[in-house]
Design a protein around this ligand. Structure first.
Ligand SMILES: [Mn+2]
Length: 330
């Protein structure tokens, strides 16, 4: 019975209009470890099911991904800057054009595998859309292997575990679900890894993501940057992972100094940045209307360009919904 069920689920994917070429499997721009690893692992699953696919990276790897890719010898996809109209496309870890590779809005969208809100993507043809409120897209890819009855090779298990521990802060993040924990347990058991070892690996990833040695202020700002279209307004939000050795105020000055240039080069209306340190979150803002928007969402400015909230705010689960609510009522 279970075999029939898994093969029937796998066959559902054949109903998509795959065309003659190779489908692009790609995560969001400014890719993080989950976006990269889920794309490679999912492309491998589609290949195993007989659908020609290739995984891509929608931008250079961030320092954390480079660290874990080196440590675990993960395959790193080539970089894709734009796709041709009509290309078959599978979006991983995002569901909005503002975060997608250039040309995504004119591609033929086949699938979305994601754990965010439903953005502005559209597709008139049949689509396979899998979204769940879980801790990582790699968790969803894990379930796709299980559902379709395809065994997970060890090198794919490492990819899935890398994305999973990155996005869930090794199961410590509040967005972690029992499904993420189950995937983590099964993947670590398969690979013969201990919890202590995973703690050490994750500590190395955090250290790498916070190591800003040798990066310009602009590179620091853009390392964990995402773009959104909220209530029709295009904006970008940076996650700043560490101040390095700099005092907080000096670091904030440096980030505020690069924001005007980055804004003028992008087609965003506003820029924001989040820096979490010691039980408080600094929120930087820049651009027309950004101050009023930030102050309505986060309270009066601490100083020009900066608000502060005495709790840990997540970009996905706190900041984006708060900004959306303010922009909706504007
Ligand atoms: Mn993710």
């Amino acid at each position: 019975m279970s075999h029939n069920y898994t093969s029937a689920l796998a066959s559902v994917l054949s109903a998509l209009d795959w065309g003659d070429g190779t489908a692009c499997v790609v995560g969001h721009k400014s890719p993080d470890t989950d976006a990269i690893c889920s794309a490679v692992a999912y492309a491998r699953l589609m290949q195993a099911l007989g659908h020609p696919c290739k995984a891509w990276a929608a931008g250079p790897l961030n320092p954390e991904t480079r660290f874990i890719a080196d440590l675990w010898q993960l395959p790193v996809p080539d970089e894709l800057t734009h796709i041709a109209p009509g290309t078959r496309l599978i979006l991983m870890d995002h569901a909005e054009y503002a975060q997608a590779v250039e040309g995504a809005d004119r591609a033929r969208l086949l699938q979305v595998i994601d754990h965010h809100g439903i953005g502005d993507i559209s597709e008139q043809n049949l689509v396979y859309y899998k979204a769940m409120p879980v801790g990582s897209t790699c968790t969803l890819v894990f379930t796709s292997y299980r559902e379709t009855g395809i065994a997970i090779p060890d090198d794919t298990a490492r990819l899935l575990l890398a994305g999973l521990i990155s996005d869930t802060r090794n199961l410590k993040k509040p967005t972690t679900t029992k499904l993420d924990i189950l995937a983590w347990e099964m993947l670590t058991a398969q690979l013969g890894l201990t919890a202590e070892h995973l703690d050490a690996v994750y500590a190395g990833m955090v250290k790498a993501s916070q190591d800003i040695t040798g990066l310009s202020d602009r590179e620091i700002f853009l390392s964990y940057f995402k773009e959104y279209k909220l209530e029709g307004i295009k904006l970008g939000i940076a996650n700043l992972e560490s101040t390095g050795d700099a005092p907080v105020d000096m670091f904030l000055d440096r980030m505020l100094a690069v924001m005007p240039q980055i804004l003028s080069e992008s087609n965003n209306t506003m820029l924001f940045a989040r820096l979490f340190i010691q039980n408080g979150t600094y929120l930087l803002y820049h651009g027309p209307g950004a101050k009023a928007t930030a102050e309505k969402a986060f309270g009066p400015s601490l100083r020009e360009g900066v608000c502060h909230v005495e709790s840990r705010l997540s970009r996905k689960t706190d900041i984006v919904p708060m900004l959306t609510a303010v922009l909706r009522s504007a």
